[in-house]
Design a protein around this ligand. Structure first.
Ligand code: PLP
Length: 411
């Protein structure tokens, strides 16, 4: 297998990189013609021309940097192509893919050195299972885990005071879509010598690339905006530093939570259309946010694209092209569960399911899904009311989504 077409250019715009990023296409000079899309390599093992070549292949790359494979768990052409594309797009030095977002988060925390006697400060608004992972797997072995509000100015003094080994945040929070100042957070992490990790699942690289804002590791649940079609589960960690990348490769291999060749193929295919999908999702979300704001049955709308959202200024600085993402939440005037359930059950186009970033619009109710483990008081402390509903806006025509919301909101 040789690689012959043009490698990605550093001069390409992001949209072009999303379509063409990754390894150059392999060519076998097949008499019938070479495929334009990387085939799916459904093989667990790879053979080489002699044992010396196999011995070299165990290093993962030739001296010139050409990938070599021996065993699919340690690396395979499809995962590698996806990882290369993501590293180029996110401006990292490399990436490692995983079988899910949670597996990627686990590996990122291990790669950052979180273990007995070390400490981490995390955003209190993190995805629930990430907090559970920190408590169940890391606190129990003696890592110190501190939850804090990264939206408050006091956070910087707290970090200077505590000098944690690791800092972990999410670019955009769930479900109130609060946007963090990544530049300021990475700067204070550097000041105290902490490794900075950001879960950027809600803000795909078409909107922001956190390594450009000083972060060491970027995590995505690729299940969401990267796959984009609700048909594949995966995760990825992109690294800005060689030493962290080596650790990620080690943990990826040892944990065995690798992304399969087929899922890797779907992730790369999803990436190719990200610019168009996210552009439409952002413009739909803004129109829907304005519609909901005016509706008498709606008490409040949370969307960073609205000028009165507390994160509007930070989001305008951080996110590209005045696009504010495809996620929003809103609160019904009637804060009862019964009213929320009735509204969701009346929807005909928007699908009630617990994911996000797909081409179709998804609606979810945080108290029974992402925030299920929290009691009423904890939800209140986080500012999540009983009438709060989250929308992950799809690429349908905005008018059709709005019509569906309108009929479901009608008495
Ligand atoms: C912000 C965030 N991070 C991580 C995950 C976990 O990803 P996965 O379900 O692919 O393991 C999710 C899942 O919803 C998420 O919303």
């Amino acid at each position: 297998m040789t690689h012959q077409n043009t490698p990605p250019s550093s001069e390409w715009n992001l949209d072009t990189l999303l379509v063409h990023g990754g390894l150059p296409r392999p060519t076998n000079h097949h008499p019938g013609g070479d495929p334009t899309v990387l085939p799916i390599y459904a093989s667990t093992t790879y053979t080489h021309e002699n044992v010396d070549a196999l011995d070299q292949a165990f290093n993962g790359k030739t001296a010139e940097g050409t990938p070599r494979y021996v065993y699919a768990r340690q690396g395979n052409p499809n995962a590698n192509a996806f990882e290369e594309a993501m590293a180029q797009i996110e401006r990292g030095i490399g990436a490692v893919s995983f079988g899910s977002g949670m597996a990627a988060i686990h590996a990122a925390l291990l790669a950052a050195g979180l273990t007995t006697g070390s400490s981490i400060i995390v955003s209190q608004d993190l995805y629930g299972p990430t907090i559970t992972l920190l408590r169940k797997l890391f606190s129990t072995v003696g890592a110190q885990v501190l939850l804090a509000d990264f939206g408050q100015p006091e956070i910087y003094d707290l970090i200077r005071d505590q000098e944690p080994d690791v800092i972990y945040v999410e670019t955009i929070s769930n479900p109130l879509v609060k946007v963090l100042d990544l530049d300021a957070i990475s700067a204070v992490a550097r000041e105290v010598g902490a490794i900075s990790i950001v879960d950027s699942t809600f803000s795909p690289p078409y909107l922001v690339r956190p390594i450009e804002h000083g972060f060491d590791l970027v995590v995505h649940s690729a299940t969401k905006y990267i796959s984009g079609h609700g048909d594949s589960t995966g995760g990825i960690v992109i690294s800005a530093k060689n030493i962290l990348l080596d650790q990620l490769h080690d943990y990826g291999n040892l944990l065995g939570a690798m992304l399969s060749p087929f899922e890797s193929h779907l992730m790369l295919r999803g990436l190719r259309t990200m610019a168009l999908r996210v552009e439409r999702q952002c413009s739909n979300a803004l129109q829907i946010a304005h519609f909901l704001q005016e509706h008498p049955a709606v008490a409040r709308v949370h969307y960073p694209g609205l000028v009165d959202h507390p994160s509007h200024a930070v989001a305008s600085k951080l996110l590209d092209n005045e696009q504010y993402g495809g996620l929003l939440s809103f609160e019904l005037q009637d804060q009862s569960r019964a009213a929320v359930f009735k509204f969701i059950d009346k929807l005909k186009l928007c699908t009630s399911a617990t994911s996000l970033g797909d081409v179709f619009t998804l609606v979810s109710y945080p108290p029974i899904s992402s925030h299920r483990t929290l009691n009423e008081q904890e939800l209140q402390q986080m500012g999540i009311s009983a009438g709060c509903i989250r929308l992950s806006v799809g690429i349908e025509h905005a008018t059709d989504i709005i019509k569906d919301l309108e009929q479901a909101l009608a008495e």
